[in-house]
Design a protein around this ligand. Structure first.
Ligand code: ATP
Length: 237
């Protein structure tokens, strides 16, 4: 049984159809990436999975259960946690408080201190800044905080929407290394990225979205070697 299964999922914004019946799976333990041009529907797919955006067709299963109509906060309780595009840290709260917010839905509060340690080990820079307010962190630090906050929910499935967006090259490398590390620690990851080469290098499998449809899928290595993918997404003619 797949951890996550989308079957024929459609999403509309008013009259605009952003997703036109997409089908995909994420298996336990995988890093799966979604790549595609601007406006292809990547963020919409993440919103459909996290429950922020209702479906106009199709169904979503998580651990075999139909969650198509489950409220977003209850999906967090089940183990789906999203670090949103645009970061969304709470600007007036400290690093520590932001991370505490990530743990709000946890039932096992006793292990929260352990998870602080885990997040601070992954992101030492956050440890140094734990009493600084979120709004004064640099862009890269806010991105780390958003990922750290999502991890505080101890998710089974971590949804990462463009974690490298707007980051300097050395931060981009670091973020991708951390994605691999998070996965090796046992968290399944669905990753949306513009940075297709890095994403395909890190991912076990990938799906390519074009104008709301999945046009290709395969292992990261297969898609890295695919001529049409190279031309369209990897900047290689
Ligand atoms: P990007 O890489 O630019 O972030 P994306 O692949 O994440 O793009 P989405 O943000 O999912 O794309 O958008 C898919 C389509 O849905 C686009 O045509 C977009 O204009 C449209 N769309 C997204 N959000 C809304 C909204 N709130 N209202 C109307 N249309 C929307």
């Amino acid at each position: 049984m797949a951890l996550l299964e989308l079957s024929d999922v459609s999403v509309h914004y008013g009259r605009i159809q952003a997703l036109c019946g997409i089908t995909l799976t994420v298996e336990q333990g995988e890093v799966v990436t979604l790549i595609g041009a601007n406006g292809a529907g990547k963020t919409t797919t993440m919103r459909a999975i996290s429950g922020i955006r209702p479906l106009s067709g199709g169904r979503i299963r998580f651990q075999g259960d139909d969650i198509t109509r489950l409220r977003a906060d209850l999906r967090v309780v089940r183990g789906i946690s999203q670090a949103p595009e645009g970061r969304g840290v709470f600007p007036g709260m400290t690093v520590q408080e932001n991370l505490e917010m990530g743990a709000y839905a946890r039932r096992d509060k006793k292990s929260v201190p352990e998870d602080f340690d885990r997040v601070f080990a992954l992101f030492p820079r956050l440890a140094e800044r734990r009493s600084q307010v979120g709004g004064t962190l640099s862009g890269g630090e806010q991105q780390m905080l958003a990922i750290g906050r999502a991890l505080m929910a101890r998710p089974r499935l971590l949804l990462l929407d463009e974690p490298s967006m707007g980051l300097a090259p050395q931060f981009i490398q670091q973020i991708f290394r951390i994605v691999t590390e998070i996965n090796e620690q046992g968290t399944t990851v669905l990753l949306v990225e513009q940075n297709a080469r890095q994403a395909l290098t890190r991912a076990h499998r990938a799906y390519v979205l074009e104008t709301g449809r999945i046009v290709k899928s395969g292992t990261g290595a297969e898609l890295l070697a695919d001529t049409s993918i190279k031309e369209a997404y990897l900047g290689v003619a």
